[in-house]
Design a protein around this ligand. Sequence first.
Ligand SMILES: Cc1ccnc(S(N)(=O)=O)n1
Ligand SMILES: [Zn+2]
Length: 252
Amino acid sequence: MSSPSVWHKNYPVAQGNRQSPIDIVPHQALHDPSLGPVVLNYDQCTSMNITNNGHSVVVQFDDSDDRSVIQGGPLDNPYRLKQFHFHWGEKGCHGSEHTVAGNSYASELHLVHWNAVKYKTFGEAATAPDGLAVLVSLLHKTGDDHRWLHVITDALYMVKFKVSTTVNCFNPKCLLPSSLHYWTYLGSLTTPPLHESVIWIVLREPIIVSEKQLGKFRMLLFTGEEEDQRIRMENNFRPPQPLKGRKVRSSI
Ligand SMILES: Cc1ccnc(S(N)(=O)=O)n1
Ligand SMILES: [Zn+2]
């Protein structure tokens, strides 16, 4: 995984006008009363597998129909859940991509959805300005285990190297905080190809996870079993990017 500072050489859009992540400054966010609640319909278990794809750990979903969708909030259509993945650091409270008033969290969960009403495939949606919607849960490290995150962290040893294993019936709603109040802004993918196609919905309330649970992410490897180099997967986060005049709206 090359460093974010050189991505612009192969992906000039890295220096575009709607790049992600950003630093969210709460008192500068515009409260928009027209922003309704986000509505999550994840009840039909459609998770399929968990994969170490060499730069994060990803849980893929069956997105062949509208069983698992997000709608409402800033979205004009229902967006289909395709996958979720995490970003994390190597220690302490660094590892999230979005920061809040300059403060970073230990990790960040991205639930990636695509607009299957307007676009035929995820690939097509991923290049459209309203193609994707990513719901963000910030993971705050304190002492306690998160009661449901262990389902994921207990499976990580099976994908230590760049492999995949099945995960049945995991409803990611259990990884969200109790409050669905959010900030929202128009941005991009935070890893190449950095397409400016994402409506970001960042939940204000972090979830609480333990150092032990975070440690299990950090034992993942960027490298495959056959490679003799063992490179730990950590610090797979992009730092905040310039706002370039964008407005962040707040649901409350
Ligand atoms: C599916 C996908 C690809 C690249 N980057 C992202 S992210 N980190 O913006 O959610 N998601
Ligand atoms: Zn991500």
